[in-house]
Design a protein around this ligand. Structure first.
Ligand code: BG6
Length: 494
């Protein structure tokens, strides 16, 4: 049973709250998953009454809910809504918040603070919470939820972490990577560790290489200021893509509790071979989208987007080759790539197996034997596919690729957003799907040499037309000539 809590949203009127948090809370309400007596308290600079805040939330939710707007569920949600007018930089606002929670019996004493704010405000907010005594677990628990990006590089992540730890213990800090809340990402663990037949194959003896792709057809969606300072490597690779790599590469944990799981992820991340400064170009590749066509419409190039400096060399596409130097993976390349304004929205983990040791079919009509692949599609559809070779019907020995699809391929009828799962975990106090500081720190260590090299090479960046699969020489980081990016699920189209 989840205990009732007060769920405080800093940045209640911001983009993250509107697009992700409030819809997630509404869907949990609709599914009767929010605990009885739980309250949602928006904190922001607007001078809103409860009624006004509720009206704003309704307006925000209407176009964003799955299916038809459920007025009955919204009415239940609305009864939980409270608003506190305040400024993140002002200690008095936090004292006012503490007073409100102390005196209003509708606001439970277990409190989750969600920082849906600019990372530049994380430290001040944590400091002001402590100054108002809101970090002390008096009469209930206190949990602090921190969004990504956690730092800007290794050094800034360390500074942020020590500031948070001055006021909150590790047990109280929930660092979000919303990819870990995606059903199919969690399925990587189930697929690997609940199926005995895979384990003997899941290593350097049988796997040729692993690809992890996240592509988006959208551009920077109005986030020019943040994105131009971050770029694709920080925005996606350091967090979401390295988390997916850790789940594919980690050893089976002894138990499924938060610490055992995270210990194994950290071990995998720590085994990634550091990229020496002089080898950055062989391991990493960046590019930026130019003007192009997406869904039949012409879209502007990155430099033409509003708010982007005309000489920006920030990457909107990044690919990376990593090696994991342990017994299981030594020598197996892990290729990671991500890009904005690419041909399709898709997140896929593709695992290619080696060829059989003997070319038994050399003298038959089989010209080239295709390797086996395992494809785990995270979005837009959740899908698990294994590609095998079978004989074509007929007198000749010819092979073709057949696909074993898990039955839930296609659009699942039971869709949940990653945030729904993660918000429930915060309320339940389960940190398994949240990042421990050493994971974040190790992930920064992996990308830091690239960040440093790219930050000094600011006069040129490759480009690719919007709506494509990236620049022409995006194959450059591959180890082997017969490697190619799996862009689609169909084996005919490389
Ligand atoms: C965010 C990035 O963390 O993840 C965005 O900041 C990116 O740039 C988004 O678009 C992708 O998440 P999802 O859930 O839409 O795949």
């Amino acid at each position: 049973m989840i205990e009732p809590c007060t769920f405080v949203i800093f940045g209640a009127t911001g983009n993250l709250a509107r697009v992700k948090l409030l819809p997630a809370l509404y869907h949990l309400e609709q599914a009767n998953r929010l605990p009885e007596g739980m309250a949602i308290l928006g904190f922001g600079r607007r001078d809103w009454s409860r009624e006004e805040w509720s009206r704003q939330v309704e307006e925000t939710l209407e176009p964003r809910v799955r299916g038809k707007f459920d007025q009955e569920a919204f009415n239940r949600l609305s009864r939980r809504l409270h608003f506190c007018n305040g400024d993140l930089g002002d200690v008095e606002s936090f004292r006012h918040l503490a007073g409100m929670i102390d005196t209003n019996p509708e606001l439970p004493r277990n409190i989750a603070f969600y920082m849906a704010i600019s990372p530049a405000d994380y430290k001040t907010t944590a400091r002001n919470l402590a100054a108002a005594g809101l970090n002390e677990e008096k009469g209930g628990w206190r949990r602090l939820v921190v969004e990504k990006p956690f730092g800007y590089d290794l050094e800034s992540a360390q500074i942020l972490d020590s500031c948070l730890h001055r006021h909150f213990s590790e047990r109280q800090i929930y660092r979000i990577d919303h990819y870990l809340g995606k059903a199919m990402v969690q399925n990587v663990l189930v697929f690997r560790f609940a199926n005995l037949m895979l384990e003997p194959l899941w290593n350097r003896n049988y796997i040729d290489h692993v690809q992890i792709t996240h592509s988006e057809s959208l551009g920077i969606a109005g986030r020019a200021h943040y994105y131009d300072g971050a770029g694709a490597l920080r925005d996606m690779v350091q967090s979401h893509l390295l988390q997916m790599l850790a789940l594919v590469a980690m050893e089976p944990p002894a138990y499924l509790d938060a610490e055992s799981l995270r210990d194994e992820k950290v071990k995998a991340l720590k085994s990634i071979r550091p990229i020496p400064r002089n080898a950055v170009n062989a391991h990493a590749y960046r590019a930026q989208y130019g003007r192009g066509m997406v869904d039949g419409k012409e879209v502007p190039g990155y430099l033409e987007e509003e708010g982007i400096p005309e000489n920006s060399t920030t990457e909107t596409y990044a690919s990376l080759k990593l090696y994991i130097d342990n017994w299981r993976w030594r020598g197996v390349p892990f290729y990671l790539r991500t890009g904005k304004r690419m041909a399709k929205n898709s997140s896929v983990i593709a695992i290619r197996f080696k060829n059989p040791p003997q070319q038994l079919f050399r003298k038959t009509s089989i010209e080239k034997l295709e390797p086996n692949w395992i494809l785990l599609s995270i979005q837009p559809m959740e899908c698990l596919r294994i590609e095998l070779q079978v004989k074509e019907p007929g007198l000749e020995i010819r092979s073709h690729t057949t696909q074993l699809d898990a039955s839930y391929c296609g659009l699942s009828s039971y869709q949940i957003d990653a945030y729904e799962a993660l918000l429930l975990d915060v309320m339940e106090g389960d940190q398994s799907l949240f990042l421990r500081y050493d994971e974040i720190c190790t992930a920064w260590k992996v990308v830091d040499p690239i960040i440093q090299a790219w930050s000094t090479e600011r006069d040129f960046i490759h480009t690719y037309p919007a709506g494509t699969w990236g620049p022409n020489d995006c194959q450059r980081i591959f180890d082997n000539e017969d490697h190619y990016w799996r862009n689609t699920f169909s084996n005919e189209e490389p």
